[in-house]
Write a protein that binds this ligand. Structure first.
Ligand SMILES: Nc1ncnc2c1ncn2[C@@H]1O[C@H](COP(=O)(O)OP(=O)(O)OP(=O)(O)O)[C@@H](O)[C@H]1O
Length: 209
């Protein structure tokens, strides 16, 4: 598996210019608060205006704005897991996961997606009745349902205690190997992601260091 990207974007006075060429299945994006990690993910995903984006997954170009390949967010083939999960509180777990199918060509079933995240039988539960770790896994199931070419995870470990972090890391490792979907994982803490990613990209003030 291989993954390469380059993003140039501005947010007010902040300028991001970062590139990465990685042979493995997972890239970790680390750096202090305000370094531009979320900006990079959102730029790749097409969620914010950018100056230039290039993204190639397994030798297939998904975005190359300079060449006119600039699909809207829903057509980039990416799964995005927001920092706070962003589950719809008024919908069941099953309906939250099914939401991921809206623009998908060949989505997996809700049951299949929930099985991938070890939450079989959770369809009829409500987000309010879930633990923080379970909510995160539902958000990951929703992102995986359309069979994305790349999974983008923004701070999946934030707010979890040590034991839960370790459990989520071990679980993401298994997921990475079973669904064979490459991923970019954002974290403040490079110890969290050392086990998960073959490549670590460290950002500081919008540049790689
Ligand atoms: N909507 C916005 N308008 C203007 N500036 C913004 C906007 N969003 C983010 N920024 C600025 O862009 C910079 C990078 O922010 P970003 O959220 O990408 O950093 P981060 O590395 O993800 O930080 P954190 O770890 O705290 O989430 C910051 O200086 C921030 O103030």
């Amino acid at each position: 598996m291989s993954l390469s990207f380059w993003v140039r974007a501005r947010r007010g006075d902040f300028a991001l210019d970062a590139a990465c060429d990685a042979p493995g299945k997972a890239v970790a994006l680390v750096g202090p608060s305000g370094a531009g990690k979320t900006t990079l993910l959102q730029g790749l995903a097409g969620l914010i205006p950018t100056e230039e984006v290039r993204l190639t997954v397994n030798d297939r170009a998904l975005v190359d704005t300079a060449m006119g390949l600039d699909p809207p967010a829903h057509a980039r083939g990416l799964g995005y897991v927001f920092q706070d999960g962003r589950l719809f509180p008024h919908l069941s777990v099953g309906a939250n996961v099914a939401f991921g199918a809206r623009w998908a060509k060949k989505p997996m079933s809700v049951a299949e997606a929930l099985k991938l995240v070890d939450l079989e039988g959770f369809e009829h539960r409500r987000p309010a009745g879930l633990s923080g770790g379970e909510m995160r896994r539902v958000a990951i199931a929703r992102a995986l349902l359309p069979r994305p070419r790349l999974l983008l995870l923004d701070e999946p470990f934030a707010g979890l205690d040590d034991a839960r972090r370790q459990a989520l890391i071990a679980w993401l490792l298994r997921l990475r190997d079973t669904v064979k979907t490459p991923m970019i994982v954002v974290s403040h803490d490079d110890r969290d992601v050392a086990a998960l990613a073959e490549t670590v990209l460290t950002l500081d003030r919008g540049r790689q260091v």
